[in-house]
Design a protein. Sequence first.
Lengths: 399, 210
Amino acid sequence: MNVEFPIVTGYFERKDRSYILGEGSSNAVEVDHDFIDKIPLKKPLDGVFGHSSEGDNVFAFNYGPSTGGFMESLDLKIFTYGERILSVEAFPDFKRRDITLKGKSLRDAFFIIERFNGFHSFSYSTLFSRAIESIENISPSPEDTGTRIILLETERIISHIYKAARLCDAASQNIASYWLLSLREKLLRILGEVAGHRYLFGVNRIGGLNRRIDVEKLRKDVESVVQEFRVIMKGLYSARIFIDRLENTCITDAKNTRGPALRAAGRSFDYRTLDPYYGDMDFKPITERDGDSLARFLVFTAEVDASLDIIKNTKSVSMEDVSKDPKSDFPIYSVETPSGDAQLTLKLESGVIADAYLRTPSMLNLDAFCSGIKGNVKTDVPFAFESFGIWISEIGGIQ
Amino acid sequence: MRIWPVDSMRKGKVTTKFPKKPNETISPWSTLPEKIGDGDVECPTSAIENGQVSMEKCISCGACMTSFKPSLKTDNYRVINNTKGLKRSLKVFIIDSGTCGACNTELHAIANPYYDSSRLGIFLTNTPKQADAIAIMGVYTPKMEGPLLAAINAMARPGIVILFGACALSGGIIGKGLEDIVTPDLIIGGCPPDPFVILEALQKARGGKI
């Protein structure tokens, strides 16, 4: 079968058959082998981010793999003849952890997924738990489901605050950067207090939550942090030097990005609008039009307020619709992580993982960065990179 | 127009007085669990032996919570070689061999206003040439072996080699550790280690008072 998807977001091959994942789709669709070669994003989905350049006096300026500029190990080859960037080739495989889920028990696979991207660990552990709960027809309690939403949104707020801090740091807005880092620390301490772990390790489990969370305290504390966040944003939105550095930097279109970067390019897609967890909420994706670093900054900072609204309005969520999740050869389970939607297919056999494929937002966003940075100058690299919220740990390596 | 320095001064001081005074907080399950009962526990990394939890193997999952509770102590580290001559200033270079990202951000957290490691003379640096300590984190990955050994060789002496977090110490539940590749002077347990634990461990390893 051959199908046309608006955007193909992933693909995998099993037993001489090829399957693709579409944006927001709930099932992987079998396609002809030839179709796979025509997928525009095939290279980044394979972990290849090649954008080399040639010409008179062009040389590759090597940045990485271990530098203070990036949080994780990443090697960039910046093709240039001086200051202007002709293209950027990225090599994220220096820290490639070849993680095998196949043959693992559900418990071990859960702990591995929880530590796949520690910064967004609750998003990934929720994704995995929900997949298993759907396959095994397990319904978490309405209270646990509600608390999961609150923790997912708290993780999103922490991630967005951190991105804003890194952007301010790159733009030499040091006071704003340290202030934002102190807000992040405040939230991590709150999580440590109410959930027992700053990164929410061990909180989730298949079928619900391991720990009772003081949701009222969490709500109150998150609200006070977001109020302070608004004060900082008010200052940054009017800081001409800061705005100038982000405006027109690393412009991307909506074809090859996920998450806030996608919405900043004008595409109104947020998996939360399709997610049964967020079913009854009046939630609208936040969008901008320009697709530059400033637009991405405006989107993810506005999403902090949107997440707070969700946290304030979530009580308990009945998940009777779990059993309505689609059944097919390869159903797709999704979650909107702070960096964009992640999609997982999973098969179980005799209580162990028989097959898995995970497509993460950073796989596509790294390529969007490499494409968008062309024509900018080398000093733009940090603003551009940090505005995407890319995590190298979630690029490649899951089998 | 916002005047940032004025705003930041209005906010007041948030920095801890640790280690002169006790830590105000800690991430409970990042500390080493201690036994409270005799129930059967299935540890995913076999970190429990004879009622003791190995700091090298514990991944802070809390699967042992029926018989163990977090110790809430800041002693989840071991100094193997004391290094003298670094009491005034210690510059730390970070190498990510194969992390999930949590160890990276926790080590960077010691520079945020709540911990302000610079008041203790501890700074993060961007090059191993200027470093007095190298913190290596994450599981073993073949392509990072060369860069991390090159960084250790490039570091000035005296220097401290740190294996940081459960993944680097034993591989955790993800892969293989770095204990066969690197001879550490300091090991710090936790998944990820709490910033207070990191501060105390760095102070101890350079011969400072706690």
